[in-house]
Design a protein around this ligand. Structure first.
Ligand SMILES: [Zn+2]
Ligand SMILES: [Zn+2]
Length: 245
């Protein structure tokens, strides 16, 4: 099936467009699949095999189990744990970009269900699920233009499946910011310095929800704001993680 997926790679987006409304078919191979992703294609997703135990950065295969990346050792983030089961690589990247930029839930929702299947037992590492799911907010102008924040949609789907509340109004982006794309990591962190404001009460245990964790700068800045607002146990839940470089 991996071979099949690779062969499909150049045809993937048009193929996916064709099956958007077909329902009950795997978005990758068109086999029957009630969740939108068949078992074989689920098994072929690019697993993040050796994640940093704090930020889920993919570490070299030779790293010890549950190791910390250099960044988390040098500057521990305010979140204690990140769940990001897949690498941002084919076909996860194609599914997420169709979900996000072409607003196709039929590409995103199968990944959310697959995420629950993959991570179910890791969701409450200290025994308690988060009390609130908080999607990463978009800049208001971007959300107005796109009309859709995939992080909110993921939080809503996870909230429904896990019977957990979610809130898109607890954390807002504020202040003028340059677009992140094209900035170096250090500039990104500075750019995000005061970018998040927390509104209203925040429970002890929260999970930041996003589609992809890239540098981790956004999650770090959000977790810092949530920690200042009183959250004491912060996790990050993402579908995928981008490898360094
Ligand atoms: Zn399939
Ligand atoms: Zn790390």
């Amino acid at each position: 099936m991996i071979k099949g997926l690779r062969a499909l790679s150049t045809h993937f987006p048009p193929l996916v467009n064709r099956v958007v409304d077909a329902g009950n078919l795997c978005v990758a191979c068109l086999d029957p699949a009630p969740t939108g992703l068949c078992q074989a294609c689920f098994n072929a997703l690019p697993v993040n095999r050796k994640p940093c135990r704090r930020c889920a950065l993919p570490l070299p295969a030779s790293a010890p189990e549950a190791a910390l990346c250099g960044d988390c050792q040098a500057r521990p983030p305010h979140f204690r744990h990140t769940i990001a089961p897949w690498l941002y690589a084919f076909p996860v990247d194609q599914m997420i970009s169709g979900y996000k930029y072409r607003r196709q839930p039929s590409l995103g929702h199968p990944l959310v269900l697959a995420w629950l299947a993959q991570c179910g037992t890791a969701l409450a590492p200290s025994g308690d699920l988060p009390q609130l799911l908080i999607p990463t907010p978009m800049r208001p102008w971007r959300q107005r233009r796109r009309g859709f924040n995939q992080a909110e949609d993921i939080a809503e789907q996870l909230g429904r499946q896990l019977d957990l509340p979610w809130s898109a109004s607890t954390v807002r982006r504020v202040g003028p910011q340059q677009p992140q794309a094209g900035l170096q990591r250090r500039q990104r962190l500075r750019n995000l310095g005061t970018a998040f404001q927390v509104h209203g009460p925040v429970p002890d245990r929260v999970a930041i929800v996003d589609d992809v964790m890239t540098t981790g700068a956004t999650a770090r800045a959000m977790a810092r704001a949530l920690s200042r607002a009183g959250a004491s146990d912060i996790q990050v839940w993402a579908l995928a993680r981008t490898p360094l470089g």
